[in-house]
Design a protein around this ligand. Sequence first.
Ligand code: MOS
Length: 732
Amino acid sequence: MNKTLFPQHGANMGQPVPRYEGRAKVTGEARYPSDVRLPRTAYAYLHISRIGRGTVQAFDLAAASAVPGVIDILTHETIGDQIKQTPAIYQGGYASDSFRPLGSAEIAYWGQPVAVVIAETYEAAREAAHRIGVTYGPHSPPAADMDSPDAVAQALVPMAIDVGDFDAAYAAAPIKIDARYSTPAQHQNPMELFATQCMWEGGRLVVHEPSQYVNSVKFGLAEQLGIDPERIRVISTYVGGAFGAKGFLTQRTALVAIAARRIGRPVKLVATREQGFTVSGYRAETRQHVQLAAEQDGRLIALKHEGWELTSRADTVAMGAVSMTTRLYACANIVGRVNAVSADRSTPGFMRAPGEMPYGFALETALDELSSKLDMDPVELRRVNDTRTEPVGGLPYTSRSLMRCFDEAAAAFGWQDRTRQPGSMRDGDWLVGWGCASAFYPTQAGNSAARVRLTADGRVHVSSAGHELGQGMYTMMAQVAAEELGVPIERVTVSLGDSDLPPAVVSGGSAATASVAPAVMAACDAIRRRLGVGNSPPAGVRAAMEASGMGVIEEFAETRAHGLPPESVRDMYRGKALPTGGVSLPDRVQFALGAQFVEVRVHALTHEIRVSRAVGAFAAGRIINPRTAHGQLIGGMIWGISSALHEHTEVDGRNASYINVNLADYLLPVNADIVDIQAIMVPEEDKLVNRAGVKGVGEIGVVGVAAAVSNAVFHATGRRLRDLPIRIEHVM
Ligand code: MOS
C-alpha cells in the first residue's frame, strides 16, 4: 500500500487505520468457520442431482454403505420430514430458495442435493458419495435458459414505472437509440468454500458457518428444525469472501444439523467448488432493451428500460434495477419494465451490485451510443442530464456528486486528450480506446444493535452481530468507538459474527457500516450520558470514568434506519433486519455515485483485448477508513473488468447444468490482466443518510466498469458490443 497515500496518524474516523484482524489473517491465526476443530468430528459429502428436472425413482446405497467409515446416509427416504419447510426471503422468510432440503423425490434443478454421506473421514464420505446409485424416473429435457421453449416469462407488474408519455415523446424525438443488451449468468466464487460445521451440546446447536447474516441463519434453521431459536447459536468470526452468496440460509445447513443430531457427533461439510455453483444463489443472466430519445443538445426526452431475468420455477427472483436506471438522469417520459423468466434452474440470488451491474451496463452503454450519435462528449451528455431531483417521483437526492466524480476522474485519466473518432488513437499495432460510464449504488441501512463496554483502565469493547466479510468491519467499528469515547484505537477490541451478540442487519446491500456504526455511536452516547459528559468532546470520558469510581460501564443501543417503522425493530430480533433506502423512501432518494474511465487496447492483428488503465472516482458520503474503502473500490473495479471480459457461467442446454464449475474454466482476471487501476474518493458530506454520514462502498466499484469497457472497445474499433462478456471473437 502506498505510504504517501496513507500516512500513519491518528485512529479517528476518516483515517487509514490498518486492518484490525490483519495480523491474525496473515499469520493464519484467524479461524474461519471450517478451521474450527471440534472433538470427534464426522465428515459430510453431498451427492447432487445429475439431471435438471425429474424424480428420483430409487437409490442403491449398498456400495456406498460398504465403504469403510461410513456412518450414515441421508436421503429424502431416510430423513422423512425431519426438516420442515421454511419460506424463502422473497416470501418474507429466511431461506435463499424455497426448496425443502431432501424434501421429496422431485428434482427441480441440476446440482440439487439428493443425498448426504456422513463418514469418519472426508475421503470416505467422498468415496461413498460417488458410489451412491440413483435411478431417475423418466424425465424430459429441462428448460435450461431463456431460449428454452418451456421457459415461462412473466411481467412483474409491481416493478413497472410509467412517467409522462413515453410513446408519444419517443415517436416525435429527433435523436433515438433502440438497442438490446445481454449479460450472462455469473457465480460469486468466494475463495472460501461453502462450509458448515454443526455440534449439539446439551440440547443446544452451535453452527460454524461463513455468513453475511448469522441471525437469519439462526431463526430460519430453528423453523426448519422445529426448535426454539434460542437453542441455536451461529458463529461466523471471519468470512473468506461472500459477495451475496453467503447472505441467507441455504439447504446445506439443516442437512448438517440433523446429521450431527442423528449421529450424536459434530459434523463438518465443505461443499466442493463445483457444488458451490448450486449451493447458493448466483447472478442470473439478463436480456435488456433500452430506448432513448434526446434533443440535439443531448437532453433526454424519453427513456425506456426493460429487463428479463432468469429465475427458477420455485422462486420469482428479479433484481429489477430499472427502479434505479430510470432515476439517474433528468427525463420527462419514462417507462421501466421487469420480467422474470422461469426455467429449470437453481434459484438465483445476490451477487455484488446484483441489479446495478447488469442494468447499469445496458443504460450506460446506451448513453454512449447516444453521445456517439450526437457527436457529443459522453461526459458532457451526463452533464446536460444531471439532476438534483429524481424524475420518477420528483424526490430530491440527499446529495449528488456525480459530475464532481466525472471531473476528478476525467482529470486523473487525461480525458481531455481523447480524440473522438473511433479508431483514431492507434498505438502501433494496438487500437486504443477510451470509454467512460457512471457508477451508482443505492444508499441503504437497516436496524442494528451494539453493545459497548468501557472499563476503568480505559479499555473499550464493542460487540455486535455484524459481520467481517473482509471489508474491514472490525477496524471500522473500533474506529467509531475510539473516536466517540476518545480512547486510542489500540485500547479497543471488537466482537462480531455471533448470533449471541446484539443483532445487526444483514451484511449486504453495502449497508453494514451505515447500519452498525450508528448503533455503536448510540451505545457510546449512552456511556457518555452515564458519565454525565453528554456530547461534549470525548476527551472528557476518560477523566469522568476515573472520577466516577465505576469499574465498568456497559451500554446497549439499537438504532432504527430512516424509512423503517417502529415495529420493524421487532424484526431485527427475529433475524429479519434488511436494508432499505435508495429508491424505497417516501421523502428522498439516496445514492452513492461515481465515474468510471477505462483505456482498452485491442490488437489489430490478434484482436486480443486488454484493459490497460482504469480510473474510478466515487462519492459515497463519509469514508470511515480510506484504506479498507480503497480495497473495496479497486476490488469492485477489478470485478468490473472481470464482468466485461472474462466471467460467464456456461449452461449446458441438454441438462441445464453448469459446465465451467471450477476456477480454471470459470475465467477470472489474473494480475497480468490488471495493469493500472486507480480509485479516487471524492469528499462528500451527507448528514441525511444516517448519523454516521456513510453511504457505503461495498458494491459501487463494480458498477459501470463493463459499460466503460464496452464503450472503450467501440472507441478503439468502431464495434458496438452489447453482450457480455466481450471476447476476442466479438471484435474480429
Ligand atoms: Mo451484497 S450482493 O448485497 O452481499
